[in-house]
Design a protein around this ligand. Structure first.
Ligand SMILES: [Zn+2]
Length: 321
């Protein structure tokens, strides 16, 4: 008797869930009957869709464009070194759920080609639509410098490129993405203008940006600064006596007031340069990765503002002395 009761109860439960499912799909169908059926199906499906990106800065830029239309996740986490990242099994699992993988390119993600080759996923590469600047040193000579996002002016190009790609991916949201992108670009432009105004106040002979990684070529090029660094790319973040001596000589010769390093590497070598030359150590800039939660650069805009603030303070502090 008891068994029978359980059987009948289970059947009722089954019928109820089928009906509930049917009702649910009817609700969805009744929505579609009011509009474009394909559009609504896309929306229902898209709630589960994942845009996977290679690093946190790109994650933030993409999220600013798509809003809550997609899930956006980065393979590398805030604060991580990106160039030589080692892909984990859980990255592959996430990759298998993504509808697209978005990367910077220009050889930035040394691991990305292999990662994508293991997956059945479409790829967007920003660098395919950007003019490269080339590295002029060591084994990287002639290779494109990947760090274009560091310059606010190029950041605006990133937004334009991604807007086009993401609108092609999801044409029904083209207008929404366009609006989001425009408001985001306005904020980047404000930072761009502030930085240009500041640089105009610096004596021309002092307009040098000395960093750990040669990651600032786009920024220095776009804002009329000269660039010097301890090593060309973080994947090779070893300081040799020759490189160190070269930077020390330059700082002494040009009386460069301040030197900087970056958040994902050890700043000891650059602090030694500062000690040796009497230049002001201005602190660590964010380059390849956003800061961890509650850090000073949790978003792309914060990162640009923070970097430009550190550069301003470095110069202001040292020029007062
Ligand atoms: Zn880098």
């Amino acid at each position: 008797m008891k068994k029978n009761f359980i059987f009948i109860f289970s059947c009722l439960l089954f019928i109820f869930s089928v009906t509930a499912c049917k009702n649910n799909s009817e609700i969805q169908n009744s929505n579609t009957s009011n509009g474009d059926e394909l559009t609504n199906k896309t929306r229902i499906k898209k709630e589960k869709e994942l845009l996977l990106v290679s690093f946190t800065i790109l994650e933030d830029i993409v999220r600013n464009i798509v809003g809550d239309e997609f899930k956006v996740e980065s393979i590398t986490k805030p604060g991580m070194e990106v160039h030589g990242y080692q892909v984990t099994p859980s990255d592959l699992v996430r990759g298998s759920k993504a509808i697209i993988f978005i990367q910077n390119g220009f050889g930035f993600e040394l691991w990305a080609d292999k990662f994508v080759s293991n997956l059945n996923v479409e790829k967007i590469t920003i660098a395919n639509n950007l003019e490269p600047m080339f590295i002029s040193e060591d084994i990287y000579k002639g290779k494109p410098n990947p760090h274009a996002w560091i310059s606010p002016k190029r950041g605006i190009l990133y937004v334009d490129i991604l807007l086009e790609e993401l609108s092609n991916l999801d044409p029904e949201n083209r207008e929404k993405f366009k609006k989001n992108a425009q408001s985001f670009k306005n904020k980047i432009q404000k930072i761009d203008e502030d930085f240009s105004l500041f640089l105009n106040t610096l004596p021309k002979s002092k307009r040098y940006l000395v960093s750990c990684e040669g990651a600032f070529s786009y920024l220095t090029n776009d804002y009329g600064l000269k660039e010097a660094y301890l090593w060309p790319v973080n994947a090779e973040s070893q300081i040799t006596p020759k490189r160190m001596a070269k930077v020390i000589n330059l700082v002494n010769e040009k009386q460069i007031p301040a030197v900087f390093c970056e958040s994902t590497v050890n700043s000891e070598s650059q602090e030694s340069v500062a000690k040796e030359t009497g230049a002001f150590f201005g602190g660590n800039l964010y380059v390849d990765s956003l800061s961890k939660k509650n850090g000073p650069a949790e978003s792309y805009l914060e990162m640009l503002e923070y970097n430009l603030g550190i550069i301003k303070n470095g110069f202001n502090a040292s020029l007062k002395n």
